[in-house]
Design a protein around this ligand. Structure first.
Ligand SMILES: NC(=O)c1ccc[n+]([C@@H]2O[C@H](COP(=O)([O-])OP(=O)(O)OC[C@H]3O[C@@H](n4cnc5c(N)ncnc54)[C@H](OP(=O)(O)O)[C@@H]3O)[C@@H](O)[C@H]2O)c1
Length: 294
């Protein structure tokens, strides 16, 4: 199959391109240098030359605080960019996997959110991504809109100065005696390699629609940090911030845990417990550093 990946040098995009390549697909790995999603002409030219049967759009402006300051840019990339990709893939009769976010929810629910729950974003980022979802769902009927949460992987996250949460915690612990992490936001940390694998399976089907795709169970960021330090044997004092210590520019949901209800109903869900995903990530990380040391 001919596959095009947008955001292909990003944290998720790189793993997605690798997963489709590994199963023998022909992959056009498109970076921001190759395509500007805010430009209908750029998207059209790029896809008309690649002629993909499947497009995976991971491209986004997703620095949550910067989205508050630059709402026009957030909507240009996350909403109108998604519309441009949906329009051209529809013209080409290609399938479209569009990556979205848990931040479409307001976090007031006390249990995990399913695909049937009503979104109500709390910030510009979430609103722009939700708008992108609606464009994709209304324009290209061959869509898989896939919401992910708290992702991390071996490839640097380009929007977050190259450090995912695991690496940020380990770096901070090397530099300081104490690390402070919020304990009042529940998420499900999910490795990008697992999402990539899920997409290879989902995109083979014609069961189009809206999907939640995260690891199992949940934790607060504080609990995630605790697990990272415990599993790596890192000795550092872990504390919760004092009230008001980290004033946030953007409101964030207190609970953005997702339930993969649709994937499970299709018997297609590949995800395991988030702690298992973390153990696997740390094992791959250890292996990679052993190779570098050798
Ligand atoms: N990171 C998270 O925790 C998280 C959580 C939930 C959902 N998501 C979603 O997951 C997806 C992937 O995130 P990620 O962590 O892999 O992000 P990332 O590492 O920052 O990668 C995003 C990619 O999109 C490209 N891009 C940005 N603006 C573009 C534009 N206007 N036109 C074309 N390409 C553009 C970036 O290129 P440049 O860097 O060169 O601009 C980069 O290659 C996004 O849709 C995001 O909303 C992420």
């Amino acid at each position: 199959m001919r596959v095009a990946v947008f955001g292909a040098n990003g944290q998720l995009g790189k793993d997605v391109a690798a997963a489709f390549l590994a199963q023998g697909d022909e992959v056009a790995a498109l970076t921001h240098e190759d395509v500007e999603v805010t430009s209908p002409d750029s998207v059209k030219q790029c896809l008309e030359s690649a002629r993909p049967e499947l497009v995976i759009n991971t491209a986004a402006f997703h620095n949550v605080n910067r989205c508050e300051d630059e709402p026009a840019r957030a909507f240009a990339v996350n909403a109108l960019g998604a519309r441009n990709v949906a329009q051209v893939t529809d013209l080409l009769e290609a399938k479209l996997v569009h990556i979205s976010t848990d931040y479409v929810f307001d976090g007031t629910k006390s249990t995990p959110y399913t695909e049937e729950d009503q979104p109500r974003p709390l910030n510009v980022y979430g609103n722009s991504k939700l708008s992108g979802e609606y464009f994709v769902r209304s324009i290209n009927p061959r869509h898989f809109v896939v919401r992910v949460s708290a992702i991390y992987g071996e490839n640097p996250c380009r929007a977050k100065e190259g450090l995912n949460f695991v690496e940020l915690m380990l770096k901070t612990a090397r530099e300081r005696e104490e690390v402070r992490v919020v304990d009042d936001q529940r998420v499900t940390p999910t490795p990008t390699v697992e999402i990539a694998r899920q997409l290879t399976l989902l995109s083979k089907t014609s069961d189009y629609g809206l999907f939640h795709a995260t690891a199992e169970s949940s934790c607060s960021w504080y609990e995630f940090a605790r697990a990272i330090f415990d599993l790596t044997g890192t000795k550092v004092r872990l504390e919760r911030p004092r009230p008001g210590e980290y004033p946030a520019k953007a409101n964030r949901p207190k609970n953005s845990v997702l339930e993969n209800a649709v994937l499970k109903s299709m018997s297609l869900n590949v995800f395991t417990h988030w702690k298992n995903g973390l153990e696997n990530y740390l094992a791959r990380r250890e292996q990679a550093s052993a190779v570098t040391r050798a």
